[in-house]
Ligand binder design. Sequence first.
Ligand SMILES: Nc1ncnc2c1ncn2[C@@H]1O[C@H](COP(=O)(O)OP(=O)(O)OP(=O)(O)O)[C@@H](O)[C@H]1O
Length: 261
Amino acid sequence: MLELKNIKKSFDGKIILDNISLTIGDGEIISILGPSGSGKTTLLNLILGITDIDSGRLIYNGKDLTRVPMEKRGFNIVFQDYALFPNLNAYQNITYGLKNKPGISTQEEVEDLIRLLNLEEHLEKNIEQLSGGQKQRVALARTMVMKPEILLMDEPLSALDGVIKESIKERIKTIAREFHLTTIIVTHDPEEALTLSDRVLIINKGKISQFGKPEEIINKPENSFIKEFILNQLEIKKSNIFTLFQRNGTIKKEVSSEAAV
Ligand SMILES: Nc1ncnc2c1ncn2[C@@H]1O[C@H](COP(=O)(O)OP(=O)(O)OP(=O)(O)O)[C@@H](O)[C@H]1O
């Protein structure tokens, strides 16, 4: 269990995160959702340990990690740009971390992960020969072989589109379930957050706006920010799709106008 207690962070005298308190259960998939500049990445970095917490406490399974350095927390991150080594092939990237911590994953476990992420055919390829989705899977495998206590992901789907996005989303869910791995994902996309996670943490201007299951957020939005910003975005998306369908003549007029309201 990961507990955040009254966490505060300022940069240059400006409060970025204000009194963040929440508890995340083992094996939960959590999305941190909010507009640009709301403090999502800062919160992820505080949990990871690359940014210091000003005040408040971070507790993992009863142990106070607030001042514990990043490398001793046992959490690991998949960065938005994947941060793969361009001079190494896919397999060398996946197993890179094992050089410093040999034996953390057995050969069999590495192979299982490669299979789970469907990377068998791509192991010999250089990084520039991989598609965005393949790079994302290599980055995920590289992080997973290190058996993180908690998996952190910063905008893992933002560089992907359509079918690839859906397939990576499913793989993240599979990995989290299979390994009973607490997974915390930053996103600015409500649809992504609501379809990927067990619970969604919505932050606005550094404060928690709502923290709940996707159905609670949809059915019981707690304040006007959730209603106006988050649900509005979903409505706009829906209505854009229907407008496009209507323009293409691929949907009946009466259905589209009802759904677009
Ligand atoms: N190292 C830093 N020094 C000074 N200000 C910072 C630093 N890191 C972040 N900030 C500021 O903190 C605020 C929150 O940034 P953060 O990156 O956490 O937001 P975000 O919600 O992840 O935004 P985005 O969706 O645009 O990535 C921003 O105003 C940003 O300029």
